[in-house]
Design a protein around this ligand. Structure first.
Ligand SMILES: [Zn+2]
Length: 421
């Protein structure tokens, strides 16, 4: 018995030690960076299957890469242009960092050697259209396809081994459109938005680029950083960004596409959300009244303008509107309808119809506060045509605000109803 228990213990120690070695070995890469013992390095490689998670980047989509806290993915768009791209390559090489580059077809055509250098350095190479038009959100799908194909054709033509091209695409200016996304998805190409930019295409100082990169990263704690390897200010800011990432304990993750001999890194669906909900969050956030406007829940979150300093010279990076509805894969989870069955004629039904939301809100409030309810409900019933008229004529009529103010303490659920309406 004792003997077997010792054997078991020894085995578990071996397993534990092996586990520690496995976890520790990628981090050792940083220390192994030739000539730079203080390099930031690349902490791990994440293998993703574009078909499983086709739309990533919280600036526009529900999902992003399954990164752990303090993990960062560096991405560079619009190159290669030798003057700056080579400097970016050198800076990354000095720090043993692997990044993802989104190539413009015309640049690959003009500078195929630049593409080969990226591949030789072990970076991931995706594409970014042929001509970088900022009209993907409104061009005919045939034109979008030609742009996508041109970028892929010239980038892969520049490669010694075209199979090195990753099925990753970033829409120029992030001008997303449902048709374009669906087309890319149908081809197994992953659409990369980002989690935060550093405004390095704007006429700002390199110091500003550095500040924005760090500030926005710190705000989210992890994510995909969007940069451009064709800008002098990016070249100037990059060493500072990398040094600060190191000082703040961030780690670089290299993303590569899954293939037959390289399976995707196992992940849970929830890891693809920037901040997975905790067990209590859904209860706290969901309104007690089952008012789910399904159409609304299907719309995408717009990129945070605060994040982007909305008034930029290069407005095109900001998707102006999230037009249309997204593929179901990118939408928020819809709660089971049966779970929140809505009785006919209830306030909730009223809310979801074309009847006045204001009248419905009053009804909801009345229902919440039984002592004040009866007279108010009666009042609102008789005054209904008038209320409707007022609502149509002046959507933000101050007399309504007064009514709300004079009502008993407003239940939270009413507030959330109004906000969502
Ligand atoms: Zn671009």
């Amino acid at each position: 018995m004792i003997g077997s228990s010792v054997v078991l213990r020894t085995r578990s120690w071996i397993v534990l030690c092996l586990g520690i070695l496995t976890i520790a070995s990628p981090a050792a890469l940083a220390a192994d960076c030739p000539g730079n013992p203080d390099a930031l390095g690349t902490s791990r490689t994440l293998v993703v299957d574009p078909r499983e998670h086709p739309l990533i980047g919280t600036m526009q989509y529900r999902e992003t890469l399954p990164l752990k806290d303090r993990e960062v993915v560096l991405t560079f768009d619009d190159g290669p242009i030798p003057k700056y791209s080579n400097q970016v390559l050198k800076i990354l090489a000095d720090e043993c960092i692997k990044a993802t580059f989104f190539i413009v077809g015309n640049q690959a055509k003009a500078n195929p050697d630049g593409v080969r250098k990226l591949v030789a350095a072990g970076h991931t190479v995706g594409t970014h259209s042929m001509d970088h038009p900022l009209t993907f959100d409104r061009m005919p799908i045939e034109k979008a396809e030609a742009e996508i194909n041109g970028g892929i054709a010239w980038t892969s033509a520049a490669m010694t081994d075209p199979s090195q091209l990753a099925p990753f695409f970033r829409i120029p200016g992030l001008m997303r459109a449902e048709g374009v996304e669906n087309h890319l998805i149908s081809r197994g190409i992953q659409v990369w938005s980002a989690d935060f930019p550093a405004d390095d295409w704007r006429h700002v100082s390199s110091d500003r680029v550095y500040q924005l990169a760090i500030q926005r990263l710190e705000a989210k704690g992890k994510g995909i950083l969007l940069l451009h390897d064709i800008q002098a200010r990016t070249v100037a800011a990059l060493p500072k960004i990398i040094r600060d990432l190191k000082a703040r304990g961030y780690r670089i993750v290299h993303v590569v596409p899954a293939s037959a001999d390289r399976p995707a890194t196992p992940t849970n669906p929830v890891e693809w959300l920037l901040h997975p909900p905790t067990e209590t969050v859904p209860i706290a956030r969901w309104p007690a009244v089952p008012h789910f406007v399904f159409a609304e829940s299907r719309t995408l979150p717009a990129p945070s303008l605060a994040d982007l300093n909305a008034r930029t010279e290069h407005q095109s990076l900001l998707p102006r509107r999230t037009r249309g509805q997204m593929d179901i894969a990118s939408t928020l989870p819809v709660p089971g309808r049966a779970l929140f069955a809505i009785p006919e004629g209830s306030v909730e039904v009223l809310l979801s119809t074309t009847l006045s939301r204001r009248a419905a809100t009053r009804l909801a409030m009345a229902a919440e506060t039984p002592h004040a309810a009866r007279s108010k409900v009666a009042k609102s019933k008789t005054a209904k045509p008038q209320a409707r008229h007022t609502a149509l004529a002046a959507p933000a009529a101050p007399n309504h605000a007064a009514q709300v103010k004079s009502a008993p303490p407003r239940p939270t659920r009413v507030a959330s109803l109004k906000k969502r309406a």
